[in-house]
Ligand binder design. Sequence first.
Ligand SMILES: Nc1ncnc2c1ncn2[C@@H]1O[C@H](COP(=O)(O)OP(=O)(O)O)[C@@H](O)[C@H]1O
Ligand SMILES: [Mg+2]
Length: 242
Amino acid sequence: MIKAESLTMIYGNGHKATDDISFDIKAGEIVGFAGPNGAGKTTVIKMLTGILKPTSGTAVINGFDINKDPVNAKMSFAYIADNPDILIQLTGIEYLNFIADMYEVPEDVRKEKIVSLSERFGMKDVLNTQMREYSHGMRQKLMVISALIHNPPAWILDEPMTGLDPSAAFELKQMMREHAKAGNAVLFSTHVLEVAEQLCDRILIINNGMIIREGTLDYLKLDNPGMSLEEIFVKLTGNPEK
Ligand SMILES: Nc1ncnc2c1ncn2[C@@H]1O[C@H](COP(=O)(O)OP(=O)(O)O)[C@@H](O)[C@H]1O
Ligand SMILES: [Mg+2]
């Protein structure tokens, strides 16, 4: 459902950030994208979501090519960017309604979702406040809520746990599990390996723009018996995560 086909990105300054990245995340799967800072996770996610045009290769979301059929592709995924500091001049509710308009969410559905999600994330009382007054964690929670209002089949989340308090992180993990269980696909990048270990059906490990290992946790542990994911990761990348 979330398919990368030989995604290569060479930035304008000549830096090759990703090299021939391919994977396919099927309905029902939660996949973690792990790698040290600068490994290329955000670059891959930006190519998957149509923010960056790949130098070569393409991405197919829910059967729609992101570059040939961008509107249908974009309607079928929710995206959480690595930085929630956007449109902070809007109030929370203005932002949520803007996103709901973009995704053509019907009035009654959006009302119900906004109430239930803002309650679940403890954001009900601040929806009429401008986002510039929000803390990083509150902005991040609002991004999560906005992504879930239109509830598309694929979720693509770039470091979604960053800045969330423990109860919000717990809710989000719970929702990721529920979403996958309902037959959808979830891809999230993380530098917190414990989160990957708890949640993922499969882990993709990226280093220097290439996928150097992928598989279930059990598979990754096969040739490294007794090691935690963190130990395996450091052994493979030689680069403890910050
Ligand atoms: N706009 C850009 N121009 C040139 N190099 C970039 C640009 N954006 C990211 N990079 C470089 O590409 C590499 C991958 O970055 P990124 O995808 O952000 O990694 P990650 O999300 O895994 O930390 C890094 O070396 C980074 O410095
Ligand atoms: Mg990143």
